[in-house]
Design a binder for this molecule. Structure first.
Ligand SMILES: [Zn+2]
Ligand SMILES: [Zn+2]
Length: 384
């Protein structure tokens, strides 16, 4: 058994150049035109079949090598709307946009895995190289799914990867079951009757109503979520009136919810509606709740997790009980449609993702690419 990390490491300079080029030219979600064109051009250079415009700016490459299993490998391509302060030579050339989450690295890792799989062909089956746009809240995974991703490119299993600062390069982490939280954003409008600040008896005060709702929402996690489960309900916005002597007509509350199952997300939404509407009615006003699921909980299939963990363990240190986090990841929508697993790869001692000083660690390219290639060889083994 050869080690794909060793093979890919020989191409370190080539892929470091690609990674830094993407880093210097960040593009926001669903606007990744240059990045997608670069990905498509690199795949074509390798002689790989390319499909562009899958879910707006998504790209899918196809490597066929026999009739075995069909494996999807997914990387994200988008940058963040933030100002880079990394000070590196390949820093963003576009003010206000930055590859602050390392998706430049993920895209590069998948390109390196594509080159390895295409050249070595030590598998029997089909590899679908899924370059996803818009992971950072732009709905890129859903855009690809709605564009028929798995109908046009059927997969028996799909695998995704993310870098993790603080974890040493060459280390991997994953866990079976829920690994990242589902994320929802919500807005609640409390409608009362405004009036003079000195004549509250002539109003239905939405500030008092909204304050009661903020308090009551705290009971969802403490009283409705079973104590062995986990969820977060945060109120992060409270927009009320503008004058000292005017009771406003309405107030607007907003915030985020995190949970590790669809059922828990639904429970929180149901309780939120019950509390907002019930409290409003009690005060003589009304409430409307807009609850939007941004990403579903990311749940790793146990069998596919074991395959990915075994592939990783053959290449470097692997933590199979990596802690779940309350952050979200929209690869979760793909995992709802197709069994698979998600793994993190060490980015070494760098700044955290979404920090202005962050930069992806190029030393991690062979490890990320290597584990994606290795799981294909494991799941779709070449016979004979
Ligand atoms: Zn991010
Ligand atoms: Zn990310």
């Amino acid at each position: 058994m050869t080690n794909p990390v060793e093979t890919i490491r020989q191409w370190q300079n080539e892929f470091t150049t690609i990674r830094r080029d993407i880093h210097a030219h960040p593009e926001l979600g669903l606007e990744e035109h240059r990045t997608a064109a670069l990905v498509a051009a690199k795949l074509r250079e390798m002689g790989i079949e390319v499909h562009e415009g899958v879910g707006k700016t998504g790209v899918v490459g196809v490597i066929r090598n026999g009739n075995g299993r069909r494996i999807g490998l997914r990387a994200d391509m988008d940058a963040l709307a933030m100002v880079e302060e990394s000070g590196v030579g390949h820093a963003s050339t576009t003010p206000g946009k930055m590859h602050g989450c390392g998706h430049d690295g993920h895209t590069t890792m998948l390109l390196a895995a594509a080159k390895y799989l295409n050249e070595t062909r030590r598998f029997d089956g089909t590899v679908h190289l899924i370059f996803q746009p818009g992971e950072e809240g732009a709905g890129g995974a859903l855009a690809m799914l709605e564009d028929g991703l798995f109908e046009r490119f059927p997969c028996d299993a799909v695998f995704g990867i993310h870098n993790r600062p603080g974890l040493p390069v060459g280390q991997y982490g994953l866990r079976p079951g829920p690994m990242m939280a589902g994320v929802a954003f919500y807005d609640i409008v409390m409608q009362g009757v405004g009036g003079h600040g000195a004549r509250p008896e002539a109003t239905v005060d939405p500030v008092v109503m909204g304050s009661a709702v903020v308090q009551a929402l705290q009971s969802i996690v403490s009283r409705n979520v079973p104590p062995i489960d986990r969820a977060v309900v945060s109120v992060t916005r409270f927009d009320a009136g503008n004058a000292y002597n005017v009771i406003p007509d309405r107030v607007r509350l907003g915030g985020t919810v995190r949970a590790f199952s669809r059922e828990m997300m639904e429970l929180v939404e149901k309780r939120m509606r019950g509390i907002a509407e019930g409290v409003a009615a009690g005060f003589g006003g009304t409430a409307t709740v807009d609850f939007r699921v941004i990403t579903t909980p990311l749940v790793n299939d146990p069998e596919e997790t074991e395959a990915l963990a075994a592939a990783a363990a053959a290449l470097g240190g692997t933590k199979r009980d990596f802690p779940a986090v309350m952050g979200g990841e929209d690869f979760a929508f793909m995992l709802e449609k197709c069994p698979g697993a998600y793994i993190v790869t060490g980015n070494g001692d760098t700044a955290e993702v979404h920090n202005p000083k962050y930069d992806f660690n190029d030393e991690a390219i062979p490890f990320g690419a290597g584990v994606l290639a290795a799981v294909v060889e494991r799941k779709a083994p070449r016979v004979g």
